[in-house]
Design a protein around this ligand. Structure first.
Ligand code: SF4
Length: 376
């Protein structure tokens, strides 16, 4: 029997563009988001009709800005998901919330959402301004405090490696929010071509932070968070015990099957990875390149790519990969196949109780370790 899948629903609307962001997003309007919800429900129905054996035990409403959806839109969407009969009883249901549009926690709880993820990023107001975020630091703190009235499972996103950000800024933001959350995601700034931040750096309005300073900030977060009983269960993610680990994201790191709805979203099912084109206009019209054609035009993923992905993503987690699982899944003898790689990376990894994992002190350089597995 097929295990339950994860369901990602992309809500691509934003009220303005953050200076570092290269995600697919479009300007918000109530009419556009109304039509969009209809199209998402339609795609969902086509997917479950096509794969008549799939159910879901995690749902993630991500964006964009899902907290811009109106009460009516959210209720319509959630009702369609429930009425499908494809949701497992034990369901992790997350929504991303931006602090400036965080006044609907009661509604979220009442419709069955049980995890909220709040985009705090930093509490330094000057840096928030540089990021072109719409919220201020007070709104960010109020959002996580208010979420506590309705939710137990609360994530906050923090960013590090930002121009002019200091360790003191990071410490302040972290210590201010930790008492109110059960999960923390830490993102290192990734500069992308074409973003406003990249242009500001190119024209020397902003100065990028060095890699060493960014790693120092990460180490500070690791140190403080672990002292306050947060466990790092993935390079960028900490939770107050297993109960609060994000089951949806764990599916990605374990290369489990998942469906993504909406333009720019990705799915993985029956060993096929397929991407929805980032084109909301055609998506709303259910026109070209919509499911099932997006699925049917993709070839099954090659075994070597799937194997590399399983190793690369699995090694993002401190528990690493289960060698026997990998052997069974890919019909290989892992230790034999990667004998010379394991010799090369011996100083950075541990092989214990049938698992291979990167030693905690080297997790931040995981990329340069896993690259050794490429092309084998
Ligand atoms: S709110 Fe999120 S998706 Fe929208 S522009 Fe900002 S970072 Fe990008």
């Amino acid at each position: 029997m097929r295990p339950p899948l994860g369901l990602y629903i992309h809500i691509p609307f934003c009220k303005s563009k953050c200076s570092y962001c290269d995600f697919y997003s479009v300007s918000y309007s109530e009419l556009a988001s109304d039509n969009y919800i209809k199209a998402v429900i339609s795609e969902f129905n086509r997917v479950i009709e096509y794969f008549d054996d799939i159910t879901f035990d995690t749902i993630y409403l991500g964006g964009g800005t899902p907290s811009l959806l109106t009460t009516n839109q959210l209720i319509r969407l959630v009702n369609a998901l429930i009425e499908s009969g494809r949701l497992e009883k034990k369901l992790e249901f997350s929504i991303e919330v931006n602090p400036e549009s965080s006044n609907n926690f009661r509604l979220y709880r009442d419709i069955g959402i049980n995890r909220v993820s709040i985009g705090v990023q930093t509490l330094n107001q000057n840096i928030l301004n540089n990021l072109n975020r719409l919220h201020n630091s007070k709104q960010a703190v109020s959002a996580i405090q208010n979420a506590n009235e309705f939710f137990e499972n609360i994530n906050a996103d923090l960013m590090i490696g930002l121009p002019s950000q200091t360790k003191a800024d990071v410490r302040h933001s972290l210590l201010r929010i930790l008492p109110y959350i059960t999960h923390l995601s830490v993102y290192m700034l990734r500069l992308s071509e074409g973003t406003k931040m990249m242009m500001d750096i190119d024209s020397e309005i902003l100065t990028p932070l060095s890699d060493d300073a960014t790693i120092d900030q990460y180490d500070l977060i690791f140190d403080k968070a672990t002292k306050l009983n947060f466990n790092r269960y993935e390079i960028s993610n900490f939770s107050k015990g297993v109960k609060y680990e994000c089951k949806h994201n764990i599916k990605y790191w374990n290369c489990s099957e998942s469906i993504g709805l909406g333009p720019g979203s990705h799915s993985y099912i029956n060993n096929v990875r397929y991407d929805n084109p980032s084109d909301i206009k055609n998506y709303i019209k259910n026109k070209a390149c919509s499911f099932p054609s997006t699925f049917e035009c993709c070839k099954p993923q090659s075994v070597s790519i799937s194997l590399f992905e399983a190793i690369m993503l699995g090694l993002r987690m401190p528990v690493g990969i289960n060698i026997e699982d990998i052997n069974n899944r890919f019909k290989i003898n892992f230790l034999e196949k990667y004998k010379s790689v394991l010799k090369t990376i011996d100083d950075y990894v541990t092989l214990k109780d049938g698992r291979l994992f990167i030693r905690p002190e080297y997790l931040t350089v995981q990329n340069s370790i896993v690259i050794e597995f490429l092309d084998y």
